[in-house]
Design a protein around this ligand. Structure first.
Ligand code: UD1
Length: 367
């Protein structure tokens, strides 16, 4: 079986790595396409080394642009690769613009090329149509032949949309990478490198347009972080979008009390999450990783498309609309709640073996 696996942006690489490796281990032909949506060493290159991802067979080098332009550029450049490669399957992961672009291209080429489309992390829904990711998720699921879901809530969402006949529960593939990398992440020992004691600091990530593209929204969050920093270190590996906007909005003074560092690699980030008293984030992946690590997490969003991280795991939503006092109180409560052991309270199928189940699902649908 020949499979094109697509990766485009930072949160894709840790999902694609175990899939490529499981495909190869089972003797299948895996073709890796990097769209180039993320291109900096810090946002892309370093993940290939750390996660043992082979160099991409194709790099589309689309770079940054508006959502529309980025999606269109990926589509234009992906089409000839599908035509030449003639895969049995194209597999896309997550909810970034590259996911949508390659999904649409594959669906359009399906009659001519005979390739089919599988979506990993299918069925997640925030029901917030202002999030570009919600559009990407819903459209990708609608045009996919096989919907590989990470959790029962995702299965239920697909059933509600009448898509469950194409769904197959495989669990969470990102956790394959986490469990495989945790021992090496602990050796990296980022808390020691930053001279912050394990279990004392708050780790923050922030990059959603709704939080960082609006000056007032960004100010509210940064004021809360300054409040937390009065009691304990606040470590902020800063996303390029967030840094650019903090400077543009004249909010740099609010970054001064924080330990602002450049974006970090996968193992460094895992080491930082693992050692934190609490994680504050608007990322989807971190809500899942903290659940597996047993570290309390506060999500800085109105809702989450990953509700199982709150019902089973360690996640809680800060009160919406966000205020400095609301974020501060929720962070204190989360720290006070304390942590669980690794893997102590995790959803079914978050067990390090999702990639095997994904490959088995693809193989069972090949004629
Ligand atoms: C994208 C995804 C988001 C994901 C996030 C993780 C979409 C719609 N959004 O958002 O779901 O959570 O990645 O980071 O696909 N930039 C760099 N270097 C890079 C890449 C980007 O400096 O290597 C800067 C550019 O100024 C760019 C900005 O970051 O304009 C935003 O990048 P973009 O890929 O458009 O979206 P993200 O905010 O990263």
């Amino acid at each position: 079986m020949r499979v094109i696996a697509v990766a485009g942006a930072r949160p894709n690489f840790m999902k694609v790595a175990p899939i490529v490796s499981a495909l190869k281990a089972a003797g299948h032909d895996a073709v890796l396409v990097h769209t180039g949506q993320h291109y900096d060493v810090q946002m892309s290159g370093q993940f290939f080394d750390e996660l043992d991802l082979p160099a991409p067979d194709f790099n589309l080098e689309v770079g940054s642009a508006s959502h529309t332009q980025q999606t269109a550029r990926v589509m234009e450049r992906f089409e000839p690769i599908v035509r030449e490669t003639r895969p049995d399957w194209v597999i896309v992961v997550g909810d970034v613009n590259s996911t949508l672009a390659c999904a649409l291209t594959t669906a359009q080429l399906r009659p001519a090329v005979g390739c089919r489309l599988a979506h990993v992390e299918a069925g997640l829904r925030s029901r917030d149509w202002d999030m570009p990711e919600e559009l990407n998720r819903v459209v990708t699921d609608r045009v996919s032949d096989l919907l590989l879901t990470p959790s029962p809530d995702a299965q239920a969402n697909l059933a509600q949309e009448g898509l469950d006949d194409r769904a197959s529960f495989v669990g969470n593939v990102m956790i394959d990478t986490l469990l495989g990398q945790l021992p090496r992440a602990r050796e990296v020992d980022m808390p020691r490198r930053l001279s912050v004691a394990r279990g004392t600091y708050v780790l923050v990530t922030l990059h959603r347009p709704s939080n960082v593209d609006d000056a007032d929204a960004l100010r509210v969050i940064l004021e809360a972080l300054v409040g937390i920093a009065r009691d304990r270190p606040v470590v902020l590996p800063i996303h390029p979008r967030t840094r650019k906007n903090a400077v543009g909005f004249g909010l740099e003074a609010l970054l001064a009390p924080l330990r602002v560092i450049e974006p970090v690699g996968y193992r460094e980030m895992l080491s930082l999450s693992d050692g934190a008293a609490c994680v504050l984030t608007d990322s989807g992946g971190l809500q899942e990783e903290t659940t597996v690590l047993g570290v309390p997490c506060v999500t800085l969003r109105a809702q989450t498309e990953r509700p199982i991280t709150a019902t089973v795991g360690t996640n809680r939503l800060a009160p919406w609309p966000l205020t400095p006092a609301g974020i501060l109180a929720t962070a204190h409560a989360a720290v006070a709640a304390g942590r669980f052991g690794v893997g102590e309270r995790v959803p079914e199928g978050w067990d390090g073996r999702a990639a095997e189940r994904i490959v088995a699902a693809l193989a069972s649908h090949v004629d």
